[in-house]
Design a protein around this ligand. Sequence first.
Ligand code: G
Ligand code: G
Ligand code: MN
Ligand code: NA
Length: 255
Amino acid sequence: MQLRTELSRALADDAFRLNYQPIVEMDSGRTVGFEALLRWPHPTRGMVSPAVFVPLAEESGLIVELGAWVLHTAVHEAASWARLVPGVAPYVSVNVSVRQFLTPGFVARVHDELASSGLPAERLTLEITESLLLGDQDQIQADITRLRAGGIKVSIDDFGTGYSSLSYLHRVPVDTLKLDKSFVDTITTSARQHDLVRGILRMAATLSLSVVAEGIETEDEHRMLAAAGCAFGQGFLFARPLTDVDARARVAAPA
Ligand code: G
Ligand code: G
Ligand code: MN
Ligand code: NA
């Protein structure tokens, strides 16, 4: 069967899962949030990566339904964390694809999920990509403003890899930049990249944006990023994406 056909069947069969990767405070190692990462355990192909099937789902339009499932599942899971450890619960960060974001009713759906789950808006971050900001500027800006007015946080995923210019940062108000792994990978070996990262962190501080560095794998990367003023990080050094059960255990008994 074609992967594309199997995708819609998988959604109907409730075959998708979410993993949750800790986002930590660099200084303390404390888990402050989790990024929800979509997984498809396939009966014959093994674990199919979202890098493979999310683009297919975008093409076919299935991403609207799939994205709605991700949002619903992640928001309700985060609400269960908030019941486990009221007051200090971590946030959940959900990837939103361009087509999903642009679907009419998206903002209302996000607010509906918060209302039905009881998750405080501040505990939800939506990860968008720079490519979204190339679209209909006024509509997108209005939607982001509406989301943030309700307390939801917005972050720019894979920051620094997109085609858009930095000019969107002053037009479109966001909360967080997720510094792409490619910067993290080269920071320890390239003085120029190190300078560039320090420049990005200074700019972010000036604009009151928080930064999460992605894909931290070594102590050296951790140390250099922390020294450059990056407050938050994510990567295999701290933790791999966890099953919902393991994430819940970590929330209940922080490492
Ligand atoms: O988790 P992994 O490294 O395999 O993710 C690969 C890519 O898939 C990343 O770009 C990630 O942002 C994206 N991705 C993971 N989960 C989701 C999701 O729920 N929705 C969307 N749109 N993209 C996702
Ligand atoms: O595009 P986005 O940043 O959402 O992609 C997140 C992806 O990065 C996830 O698929 C996750 O599995 C992967 N990832 C997270 N931490 C690390 C890491 O330390 N090293 C590598 N190679 N991948 C990572
Ligand atoms: Mn992401
Ligand atoms: Na991404």
